[in-house]
Design a protein around this ligand. Structure first.
Ligand SMILES: Cc1cc2nc3c(=O)[nH]c(=O)nc-3n(C[C@H](O)[C@H](O)[C@H](O)COP(=O)(O)OP(=O)(O)OC[C@H]3O[C@@H](n4cnc5c(N)ncnc54)[C@H](O)[C@@H]3O)c2cc1C
Length: 505
């Protein structure tokens, strides 16, 4: 009997596999495709997920040490000047999804995870103690039993469908998005700013540029220059007709009202030439049905605007991993696994909300232009920029908090200890941590030392002690130099609430 079978070796299934392995559970990953996909999806990661990768030592593998937050971003094709925000925590990591998946595959391998490529989940039946899974592999069909099955099998999740979880939402079919790797004439690009200047349009790089007929983006990635358009149309499109550079150029002409002479891409590729019709916004009714759980796109799909997909999905995986492992190790307090849906579904709801709001802000039309003018005025106010930045990064997420401490339920701040050690270096084992800068709380941890690590020392900031869950969220915090009995009691309650009954010591 397998402990956990994960259907899907996309980024979210792989991240979950790594998290489970760190927590001492070896999952089996089934992946339908025989080889890693070359499909070009995400061009980058946006938000807390960048800090999350740092906290697992994975940022370094992709791009070296983590840098400062971004000075600017876009919301609904409007510039977000992040220098206006008092606490800017919006990080961006411009790494293609393929590289993220390749890095996670390598990491999973190091942690001893088995990935069976060319093996698709085709059926499932839930029993009291196990899920029976039908698999179609290169040598035919076979059956597996697992204590838990996680569907990380993308937006069309077979796992979700077979487990009877509804996926309500909307399919919007008027949008037409074209994307291509293509060169643009060098004399149209400002060498200092990277702005594309054509027929009166001044289009910053990576910026969503809205006109009255659509949206245009030129993104000079190190892997090649990408041009993208979005239009709204009722026209029938022959989706089987292969996309061409000419079609891309025609779409750009309609959006910008002028010709932009694009040419074939440089370099070896793989090069993107893609037409996407329509957009799905859907959220699973439940993220859990008995012994079946969903993560990532299997649980939610939405517009890719602003790049929130992997911020959401990879944090689903990290939110679920330790709880599932605790269940399998036998120390999970009652109801721990149900907190996965309770915590992550509202976060997904917020992403659905802001991607739909952005989709509304980019549509053509005079009324939308007026709305944008008003929104533009609001975006000059620091508090609005802060609000939107926190929404997009996920810094506004607050899980269940049992105390009134402002950090309780929040993502733990990026602390640096007096000896220079960063919290992000202490969290690489994915173990729960009690950070105690009062040198007085070790005694409280007595019954949990098998599950929770104690870190003593000193650090700047208001907090004098923090109980940090493996997913980076704070389960309890203090700002007292000598926490009193009420705070200690709350600490013991938090330890029991998240990490189970204390050992009899
Ligand atoms: C055009 C586009 C641009 C995007 N840009 C961004 C961006 O810039 N930033 C960002 O963060 N996000 C972006 N996203 C979203 C991001 O790509 C997704 O959120 C991400 O791929 C979800 O990962 P996942 O692991 O949940 O699912 P997937 O990546 O879909 O992986 C699912 C895996 O499951 C496998 N599978 C399916 N069925 C089965 C089965 N029955 N048995 C076994 N295996 C199965 C599939 O082969 C696949 O490998 C973009 C998406 C699109 C479409």
């Amino acid at each position: 009997m397998e402990d956990v079978v994960i259907a899907g070796a996309g980024p979210n299934g792989l991240m979950l596999a790594c998290e489970l392995a760190l927590a001492g559970i070896r999952p089996l990953v089934l992946e339908r495709l025989p080889e890693p996909t070359t499909e070009n999806r995400a061009n980058g990661l946006v938000g807390q997920v960048v800090r999350l990768l740092d906290r697992r030592g994975l940022h370094e593998r992709l791009a070296g040490p983590i840098g400062p937050p971004a000075p600017a971003f876009v919301f609904g094709a409007m510039r977000l000047d992040l220098t206006l925000a008092e606490h800017n925590s919006l990080h961006i990591l411009g790494v293609p999804q393929r590289e993220v998946a390749a890095m996670l595959t390598e990491r999973a391998g190091e942690l001893g995870v088995e990935i069976r490529r060319g093996h698709a989940l085709t059926g499932l039946a839930q029993g009291t103690d196990a899920v029976t899974i039908d698999v179609e592999g290169p040598d035919g069909g076979y059956r597996l039993d697992a204590r838990y099955l996680v569907g990380a099998d993308g937006g069309r999740s077979v796992t979700r469908k077979l487990s009877g979880i509804g996926f309500p939402g909307v399919t919007e079919d008027r949008t037409l998005s074209c994307t291509a790797h293509a060169t643009v004439p060098a004399d149209l690009v400002d060498p200092m700013t990277g702005e594309l200047r054509v027929a009166g349009h001044v289009i910053p790089p990576f910026f969503h540029y809205r006109t009255e007929t659509g949206l245009f983006v030129h993104a000079p990635f190190p892997t090649g220059n990408l041009v993208t358009t979005m239009e709204w149309t009722d026209d029938e499109i022959d989706e089987d007709r292969p996309m061409t550079l000419e079609e891309m150029a025609e779409s750009i002409r309609r959006v910008l009202g002028t010709d932009l002479p694009i040419g074939p891409p440089e370099g070896d590729g793989p090069h993107l030439l893609r037409r996407l019709r329509g957009r799905n916004t859907r959220l699973a009714d439940h993220f859990r049905a008995g012994r079946v759980l969903l993560v990532g796109d299997a649980a939610h799909v939405h517009s890719a605007i602003g790049g929130p997909g992997l911020n959401l999905g990879l944090q689903d995986a990290v939110g679920l991993g330790w709880k599932l492992a605790a269940e399998l190790h036998g120390w999970a307090p009652p109801g721990l696994l149900d907190t996965y849906e309770r915590e992550r579904r509202p976060v997904a709801e917020r992403v659905v909300m802001h991607t739909q709001a952005q989709a509304a802000l980019i549509t053509p039309g005079g009324d939308v232009t007026a709305l944008r003018e008003l929104f533009g005025e609001l975006l000059r106010q620091p508090s609005t920029v802060q609000h939107i930045a926190d929404l997009m990064s996920g810094a506004d997420v607050r899980y269940e908090a049992a105390t009134g401490h402002p950090l309780d339920g929040r993502w733990a701040p990026d602390l640096v200890l007096a000896d220079g050690t960063r919290l992000a270096e202490l969290t690489r084992t994915a173990r729960p941590l009690l950070l105690d800068f009062t040198a007085s709380l070790g005694e409280e941890l007595r019954g949990w030392t098998d599950r929770v690590d104690l870190v003593e020392g000193k650090a700047d900031g208001d907090a004098t002690a923090l109980l940090v869950r493996p997913d980076g969220y704070v389960a309890w915090a203090s700002s007292s130099s000598e926490p009193d009995e009420t705070e200690r009691k709350a600490l013991r309650a938090a330890l029991e609430r998240w990490f189970g009954t204390p050992l009899d010591v």
